[in-house]
Design a protein around this ligand. Structure first.
Ligand code: ZN
Length: 355
């Protein structure tokens, strides 16, 4: 299960409650989305401004804040400030709590895109050197890698997981096209477009993680340009990317949005609180079979490590609402045990019976 704690902040107590639920239903990974444009949520001792300057924003309502383009961060003490962060002590406590229940916590630190908040604290890391100009790190700037390696060093100290998730999705890449530093990097490294520049960025981070005994995991856009040699892929845009990566010998987690994005409507929209556009009812989640292609199944079983349900929280401001979106659909995710099943056995009646 993945929970987005950037768009809305959820307390350590709430995270532990979810860990209990995951253990009860025999889910074994908690993917913790800790950083994004909604606010930076992890205390990093080397870069204290991350939480001082970007863990709070000017209002709670993400839609008003983001879509109406306020998008400003503020200090905890400012009037109307919304946000929060996890101290390193909180993180150690949660990781240990999860480990006792045989759950591995995999942290996600977003790069090179979805990083608007970072630049409010450290504007020099973006192409124009100014805050509020781009969601992307500047891959032409070596200070960016110094910064990210500093962050990841502390992340690795806090999280013993084999995999470190580096995001990698939806980088805008627009400023890279006119940034002199990015253009120089592309020329020096013989990169023909910004997709290849992104691949350079991801591979450089992968080298760093591998040198410290960890493996890189990212959303399927990390396959743009060229997939880093040892990377694992979370296939969210559909199944194609995951199948392609698995066939090339990369480990994958299948989590196609059409089945596994639990921020979408689970029933007729007019009966529901506001959700992301899209319709993912319980039956649909339950019907998902990541290795339905039996011809490919034998080979893929080796590389398809599992399935994941994701709760993005743009429209999910409270803990009650988060649980309403997560359950029972997470239970339908939990039913996959890693083996191909006969699609014909799945009906809404059996799904409801199982739940
Ligand atoms: Zn740049």
């Amino acid at each position: 299960m993945m929970l987005d704690c950037s768009r809305h902040f959820f307390t350590p107590q709430f995270i532990k409650k979810q860990i209990d639920a995951l253990a009860y239903f025999k889910l074994n990974r908690f993917h913790w989305h800790l950083t994004d444009g909604g606010g930076w949520r992890l205390e990093v001792k080397k870069y204290p401004k991350l939480i001082e300057e970007t863990a709070y924003r000017t209002q709670n309502d993400w839609t008003k804040w983001w879509r109406e383009h306020d998008r400003r961060y503020c200090h905890a003490s400012d009037s109307g400030a919304y946000g929060g962060y996890y101290t390193q002590e909180d993180v150690r406590d949660i990781v240990a709590y999860a480990a006792k229940q045989h759950i591995t916590v995999i942290p996600e630190i977003e790069m090179p895109g979805h990083s608007n908040e970072v630049f409010a604290a450290y504007p020099n890391l973006t192409c124009e050197g100014k805050a509020y100009t781009s969601p992307d790190f500047c891959p032409g700037n070596d200070s960016v890698f110094t910064f990210l390696e500093g962050v990841l060093t502390e992340v690795m100290q806090l999280f013993p997981s084999k995999y470190i998730h580096i995001g990698g999705d939806e980088a805008w890449q627009e400023k890279w096209k006119s940034c002199p530093k990015c253009q120089k990097r592309m020329k020096d490294e013989g990169l023909k477009d910004t997709h290849e520049l992104q691949a350079y960025f991801i591979m450089r981070i992968e080298k760093f993680l591998n040198a410290h005994g960890r493996k890189l995991l990212g959303w399927d856009e990390i396959m743009q340009g060229q997939l880093a040699p040892n990377a694992a892929v979370m296939s969210w845009t559909g199944e194609e990317a995951g199948l392609k990566a698995a066939k090339a010998g990369h480990h994958v987690v299948m989590t196609p949005g059409a089945y596994c994005y639990l921020d979408m409507y689970q029933d007729v929209p007019f009966t529901q609180p506001k959700a992301m556009g899209g319709y993912v009812p319980l039956e649909k989640v339950y019907s998902y079979e990541p290795i339905a292609n039996k011809e490919a199944a034998t080979m893929l079983e080796k590389y398809v490590d599992g399935v994941q349900g994701n709760l993005w929280t743009e429209e999910v401001p409270t803990p009650e609402h988060a649980e309403y979106m997560l359950y029972p659909r997470m239970l339908a995710i939990a039913r996959w045990d890693g083996h191909a099943i006969d699609q014909l056995t799945i009906t809404s009646e059996t799904a409801l019976f199982m739940l």
